[in-house]
Design a protein around this ligand. Sequence first.
Ligand code: FAD
Length: 496
Amino acid sequence: MGGGTAGWLTAAYLARFFEGTGQVDITLLESPDLGIIGVGEGTFPTIRGTLDFLGIEERDFIRASSATFKQGIRFDDWLHAPRPDGSRHQYLHPFDAPFQADEANVLPGWLQQDARSRPAFAQAATIQHGVAIAGRAPKTRSESGYSGPLDYAYHFDAGKFAALLRRRAVDLGVHHVEGMLTGVEPDGAGGIARIVTRDHGKLEADLYIDCTGFRAALIGEALQADFTSVRHILFTDRALACKIPCADPDAPIESVTIAAAHAAGWTWDIGLESARGIGSVYSSAHMSDEEAARTLRDYIGHDAYAARIIPFEPGYRARQWIGNCVAVGLSGGFLEPLESTGILMIEAAVAMIAELLPMTGSVDAPAARFNRLIAGRYERIVDFLKLHYCLSRREEPFWRDNADPASIPDSLKEMLKQWRHRPPSRFDFLLDLESFAYFNYQYILYGMGFETEAAPGASGLSDIGAQRLFAQIRHYGEQAMQDLPPHRTLIRQINA
Ligand code: FAD
């Protein structure tokens, strides 16, 4: 039910998963009158595995969705506001893991260096930092195709992406029905007997997947699943979004999402092939819509654009699978655009549904497990997003409220306490609940100037060994800069 990114990705994924089994018959109902949310242009590297599974080739995807490469996120002004002398704080969250050589771990070696003079952690520990900041592509064309050593995700046009997924899903046998859902008849056991449509009468299925976006027509309106708000932790609840055409067709394209902090939230800036997707995320308790519009205009530098206001309540439903209905996408929850967890959660949910779906017996058997896993994932993402805010030294009320210990979940406070004495480790995280790895936390933590007391020798390297390792990473980085083309050049080659 629903034809946005969630609906089409779910339909295509399940069709592919059960392809050839003859056991599953999928229909997708959507109302073209209502349209899709049309934002959600930034992704996480998991999207590559998903596209691969769906049988969508990278080149076809890039051409069809006006996609570009995303090697991470550049955070501007999150630690402190721009200073009167013009100096600004910037750090990168690259997708590549820190460089690893002969079992030597670069982080303890970095921690032992003088905090006043050492380079940023991501810069010292990855070859991707220099490449991404310089706007180079993560790979290059060779005789055998396109290849390169760096991890990446994509930016894309959300409307075009949904259309591509639709074509693939229909190819895989999904039936596409256009029409408006107008009612739901309960089955008397807490689930759905049939749905009522304006255009096609009553429709019946074994499993109903609610991908109706913020409307949550099945899981929310019909089944009344409770919504857990996290507005007391993550304060942003509104976005102003727009698209700015690219004035110069030869202008470089950023190879990272830019996330620029402002007085009561942040602005995303995403480089597509011939436009930039820009949006300001803010807390309505700390900033009025007029101030937000001014902030966006100041960021863009002119007012020749039409921005759309999108209100949202940060949170999720603890029970997303009830009876024969399961929610995927915005109907199940949404925290905020930071770190692009919207599509990531869709990918996680649909992979779980595919593997847990019973082929015989009761369709709601996996509900309790699914709900625990999904709610756990949301809780962990809340901590990860809060980490971005709570270490800031900015002085505006929004940022002070974010640093107030009363707004920080106990689970995150406990980790921050431990991380004063040792860095984040893979053992801090339960893999099936976690969307991010220990090194994603490290990039945010040390990007925000957090101090961990280093134990001498913990890297397994002598001082000289550490210097040699960092020099090696620098050298590989310089080599990569020479070998990799500008981002726009690669996009052009792929689109040619
Ligand atoms: P929608 O796109 O809203 O689709 C809902 C569908 O349901 C539509 O087809 C609609 O027609 C249909 N429908 C609803 N009611 C009915 C009815 N009664 N009858 C028939 N059809 C109906 N995610 C990321 O991964 N990266 C990002 O950078 C990112 N940025 C975001 C920024 C903002 C401001 C917001 C709000 C979200 C962002 N997200 C992001 C989340 C992302 O946009 C969504 O996860 C994704 O687009 C999926 O949306 P959806 O398919 O659940 O809902």
